[in-house]
Design a binder for this molecule. Structure first.
Ligand SMILES: Nc1nc2c(ncn2[C@@H]2O[C@H](COP(=O)(O)OP(=O)(O)OP(=O)(O)O)[C@@H](O)[C@H]2O)c(=O)[nH]1
Ligand SMILES: [Mg+2]
Length: 404
């Protein structure tokens, strides 16, 4: 099965109203998944042994109420099965919610880019030079980036030639396939955050003014809390008093610890003291806000070097991530920022915010190809749920669902 159909099968059901019949099938399917789970037997065995142990210490006044071995095993099995089904259901719900966020957040791009692609396919019966020219223009308009588009077109033409493709309907699938390849390009995509085994995990946020650093920190903090992790925010952006206040407010709202000093304080000293406190409190994750005045590249480079050194003094393998925040609505300018920051510090991942605010969501693909840094999170709106771990399959579905 091609990628186009694979992604379609993965997510198409999310859009369709769940009819009763389907729901029943779902139940059966879940029952099967549970039955086939090999771990289940072991888990039941463990629970059984534990319960046996515990009940040995109990005095049973009503011997007729005591469960037999067999009864207890049966009950435990039923309980486990119910719990497993519940988690499976929850997982499915989560995927569904997240696909909906992608769909909604990518509406502008989809309506622009994909509707043009569909209209192109309608106007041409066969693949031709004119078709290629128009396609190229559509891709450039979506901000995929000239270089990326050129190499994409080369590969597409080659496939059309070698596979003798004439049908534009089929070519649509090949286009999706090739866009996926741009992103993946022979690498295993690491979109996961590198959490340290020993607390604290230190995540440094960098990026120019107004791109969404502080709100991203707040969104990530709230996700971490949902996962049961403790969080501290450090106000390393001491450039404006407002920035410190804003972060402090977010810390309160998300139940995170906060460390900050006054406006004008040396960011490295703030970070040093904050990290010491985090170490003392055994905080799981520390999120560090910084100021990103790229106007003065040398200063920024020196400042980031100092910050990294200070972090390393307290948390020797930190920072575990340096996330560069980029505003998707700035288009190619965002790509230039990524290139500049990559030169001055070791950026390990990109957070691409405000994708919901642009019709040029193709920038995700351009960043990966032109800078070679994985996009780890994307912002698809202002709510905390709108910050999503980047998932290329959901992204492609969010873009092309009208074609699928
Ligand atoms: N629509 C939309 N808005 C976003 C998204 N992410 C952030 N914003 C908005 O962008 C604006 C700027 O965000 P901040 O977090 O203050 O940006 P910053 O990088 O910390 O800015 P400075 O501290 O001024 O350098 C806020 O109004 C956010 O609500 C997103 O994914 N979608
Ligand atoms: Mg800020």
């Amino acid at each position: 099965m091609g990628l186009f159909n694979r992604i379609k099968n993965m997510f198409k059901h999310v859009d369709e109203e769940e009819i009763e019949e389907e729901r029943e099938l779902d139940e059966e399917e879940q029952e099967e998944v549970v039955e086939q789970d090999e771990n289940l037997e072991n888990e039941i065995e463990d629970d059984f042994v534990q319960e046996e142990q515990e009940s040995k210490n109990e005095v049973v006044y009503e011997p007729e109420k005591k469960e037999t071995r067999k009864e207890r095993k049966k009950r435990l099995k039923e309980e486990k099965k119910e719990a497993k089904k519940e988690t499976n259901k929850e997982e499915k719900e989560e995927i569904k919610e997240s696909v909906k966020v992608y769909e909604k957040g990518l509406t502008k791009t989809r309506e622009n880019f994909v509707s043009r692609l569909i209209s192109l396919t309608k106007r041409y019966n066969k693949v031709s030079e004119e078709y290629f020219d128009e396609l190229e223009e559509i891709l450039i308009m979506a901000d995929i980036g000239i270089d990326t588009v050129m190499s994409f077109m080369d590969r597409l033409r080659k496939r059309v030639r070698t596979e003798n493709i004439e049908d534009v309907e089929y070519l649509k699938e090949v286009i999706v396939d090739e866009l996926f390849i741009i992103y993946v390009s022979d690498e295993i995509i690491v979109n996961k955050i590198n959490y340290s085994e020993k607390a604290p995990t230190v995540i440094l946020f960098v990026g120019v003014n107004g791109v969404g650093k502080t709100t991203t920190i707040a969104k990530i903090a709230s996700k971490l809390h949902d996962e049961g992790k403790s969080v501290m925010m450090i106000a390393g952006d001491t450039f404006r008093a407002g920035a410190i206040e804003q972060l402090k407010e977010w810390a309160e709202r998300t139940n995170s610890d906060f460390y900050g000093k006054d406006e004008g304080a040396d960011p490295s000293s703030v970070i040093y003291d904050g990290l010491e406190e985090a170490l003392k409190n055994k905080t799981d994750v520390v999120l560090i806000d910084t100021a990103g005045r790229l106007q003065n590249k040398d200063n920024l480079m020196r400042e980031l070097e100092k910050i990294n050194k200070v972090i390393g003094k307290i948390v020797p393998d930190g920072p575990h991530e340096t996330l560069l925040v980029i505003d998707a609505t700035t288009g190619q300018n965002g790509i230039s920022q990524a290139k500049a920051f990559k030169e001055i510090t070791n950026v390990t991942g990109i957070v691409l915010t405000k994708l919901d605010g642009t019709a040029k969501g193709g920038i995700v693909l351009a960043i990966k190809e032109s800078v070679g840094i994985p996009v780890k999170y994307i912002g698809l709106g202002e709510r905390k749920e709108d910050l999503q771990v980047f998932d290329i399959e959901k992204y492609i579905y969010g873009l092309f669902k009208d074609m699928m």
